[in-house]
Ligand binder design. Sequence first.
Ligand code: AMP
Length: 397
Amino acid sequence: MNILVINCGSSSLKYQLLNMNDESQLASGLVERIGIEGSRLKQETPAFGKKVVEVEMKDHKAALENVLKALTNEEYGAIKSLEEVNAVGHRVVHAGEKYSESVIINDDVIKALEECIELAPLHNPPNLTGIRAIQELLPSVDNVAVFDTAFHQTMPATSYIYPLPYELYEKYGVRRYGFHGTSHRYVYQRAAAMLGKDAKDLKLISCHLGNGASLCAIDGGKAVATSMGFTPLEGLVMGTRCGDIDPAIVTYIMDKENLDTAGANNLLNKKSGVFGISGVSSDFRDIEDAAAEGNERAQLALDVFDLRVKKYIAAYASIMGGVDGIIFTAGLGENSIDNRKSICENLEFMGVELDEEANKVRGKETIVSKPDSRVKVMVIPTNEELMIARDTLELVK
Ligand code: AMP
């Protein structure tokens, strides 16, 4: 059974074709600059390596047409005909409170996702466009939606209710939803397998540290707290997003800098985070390089980032009444030796003993705590596409 996984962004689209008999990757690719001059498709297959196709793609449907052509191309494709695509899994960012698990897409699901557009105006529209395009291009296959928010739906009200007038939750759904759920779910399942334990018996903290970053406390296989909130702006310091700040700062700066809501949104989402503090870049590699050369603001950005992760780890251990494992994943979590070290420093009181030698690892699934560390620290490369394909398989088989 081959499953195509689609992740549609506003002007880009990532895809993978997986053979679910052995979970091997048949092809992976990226379409960039959809609807913008200079659009191109990059595909990689184990048999033919990398291929770049430069072709104008005016919308997501055109992009997906080209993806299907590339997958079946005789010279660099992965399959002979589209009949070899048995189902399609779509990453969808926001399902509000409607879905706590992945679902086969039907008209009711589409309607529910349309209703969530207000909650995720940048993400749900391209996700829906991708779904509709595949329904037209591959009318006989089942489509499955896998939601970033779904895993967090098990959080208790104490974790998701904001201390605002309760009517705002009832009227507008203003509550914590949480994101990166598919990634947190994948890594906690891998962590349980690595530790040789049933997830039901584990208290885990998953640290998804990439350009966007969030933590999730997972008790007995269920999310009980997460750091992103009503939107992916809350919580940790991120590449360009501020995370937690005093909300009064927003109106204060709007007054001082004469910003409207779009301007304030832009400042908090695009100009803040480690980019805002360092003034160097939103990419942690650039910031680490600048810090190594003595740039104090770059070092400050890294320190503020690490401190907040540490703060959340301790908070989440206290919510769960302990922690058995801390997982580092995503671009920074998987690769940054220094950040993991700095985050784990001073957590010895909780039973976290990082092994500095074992920690000298990038992008590899492994345990990086000392053998007798009460809390296991793990590096687990995330694989959201595989999780989406597994859910799709489970629902369509
Ligand atoms: P993601 O959003 O998961 O793709 O993660 C992107 C972030 O991971 C970027 O800020 C990168 O700088 C960071 N990253 C990737 N590789 C490394 C590395 N080797 N060392 C430090 N940061 C890295």
